[in-house]
Ligand binder design. Structure first.
Ligand SMILES: N[C@@H](CCC(=O)N[C@@H](CS)C(=O)NCC(=O)O)C(=O)O
Length: 133
């Protein structure tokens, strides 16, 4: 029987999803995954997310990976550790991942945190940051 290919649901605007996608690519594992890009600006996003919630039995936080048929895992760092272990990857050797984790990633999280205070006001002005849509 063919080996199950983990199915990774990654949200296009999500810094955690990007971290996992970056790990997979830099580790040379891209061929081992099926990626599903979840675009919050597309019409099907809400229904696809609800379907994922029903199938996984949990509140959806991206990235989500179906690691085995009907077995779902979340949390970007836990997923990275899981697949690094499975494929014998040393995370410390992934310099682009370290570059992202050390700079852009915390910067985006900080911006999201800063925007969440004035969010109701931004919504009233019709200026909802992409990360909150
Ligand atoms: N600790 C989690 C955080 C994941 C998270 O907060 N994801 C956000 C998007 S960046 C999410 O899925 N929120 C629900 C949604 O966007 O529908 C991780 O590292 O994966």
């Amino acid at each position: 029987m063919a080996e199950f290919k983990p199915k990774a649901y990654v949200k296009t605007t999500c810094p955690y999803s990007f971290k996992f996608r970056l790990f997979v690519t830099e580790a040379g594992l891209a061929e081992r995954f099926e990626f599903v890009a979840m675009d919050p600006f597309s019409g099907g996003f809400k229904a696809a997310k609800e379907d994922l919630a029903a199938r996984s039995g949990a509140v959806v936080r991206f990235p989500v990976v179906e690691v085995e048929p009907d077995v779902f895992m979340t949390d970007s760092d836990a997923l990275i550790a899981h697949f690094a272990g499975r494929y014998g990857i040393d995370e410390a050797e992934l310099s682009t991942l370290a570059f992202y984790r050390g700079g852009l990633f915390p910067t985006i999280l900080e911006l999201i945190e800063l925007c969440s205070g004035p969010l109701p006001w931004l919504i009233r002005l019709g200026k909802v940051p992409r990360a909150f849509r």
